[in-house]
Unconditional design. Structure first.
Length: 155
C-alpha cells in the first residue's frame, strides 16, 4: 500500500508541475510580453514578494526525490519506466537552471533593456513548451508506473 501511495504522490507531483508550467506559458508569459517594457515592469512589481520560482524551487526537488523513490520501489519490475520518469524530471530542472534562470534574470532583475528583455521573453516563451514536453513525459511515465503497480496489486 505504501508503494502505491508513493507512486501516486510521484504522479500527482509530476502532473502539478506540468500544469503550473502550462499555466506559465498560457497566462503569465503572454502578459509579460504584452507591452514591453511596461508589462515587464508590472510583472516585476507583481512578483516582488513571490514568483513562479517560489513554487518550482520546492515542487521540483520534491518531484525528483519521489521519482528517485519510485526507481528504488520499482527496481525489480518496471525500472526502465521509473528511470525514464526520473530522467525527464532531472532534464526539466537542468533546462530550468541552464536556460531559464539566465532569461529570468534579464526579464525580472537586470536593468531595463527593451531589446534584451524582448529577446529573452521570446526565447523563454518558445522554449517553455519544450520544458512542458519534458514535464509531460515525466507525468506519463509516473502515471504508467502507478497504473502498472495498481494492476499488479489488484491481482
Amino acid at each position: 500500500m505504501l508503494r502505491l501511495i508513493l507512486l501516486g504522490a510521484s504522479a500527482a507531483t509530476a502532473a502539478g508541475l506540468l500544469f503550473v508550467n502550462l499555466y506559465n506559458s498560457t497566462v503569465d508569459a503572454p502578459n509579460w510580453g504584452a507591452h514591453i517594457p511596461g508589462s515587464i515592469e508590472a510583472a516585476r512589481a507583481y512578483f516582488s514578494v513571490a514568483n513562479p520560482g517560489s513554487f518550482f524551487r520546492i515542487a521540483s526537488p520534491v518531484n525528483q526525490v519521489l521519482a528517485l523513490l519510485t526507481v528504488i520501489l520499482c527496481w525489480k519490475n518496471n525500472r526502465y519506466i521509473a528511470l525514464g520518469a526520473l530522467a525527464f524530471a532531472v532534464l526539466a530542472d537542468v533546462m530550468t537552471f541552464s536556460y531559464f534562470y539566465p532569461r529570468n534574470e534579464i526579464m525580472f532583475i537586470a536593468s531595463i533593456d527593451h531589446h534584451a528583455i524582448t529577446s529573452a521573453w521570446n526565447e523563454w516563451s518558445t522554449m517553455n513548451w519544450l520544458r512542458s514536453g519534458l514535464c509531460l513525459a515525466n507525468t506519463v511515465f509516473a502515471f504508467a508506473l502507478l497504473t502498472l503497480n495498481s494492476k499488479k496489486t489488484a491481482q
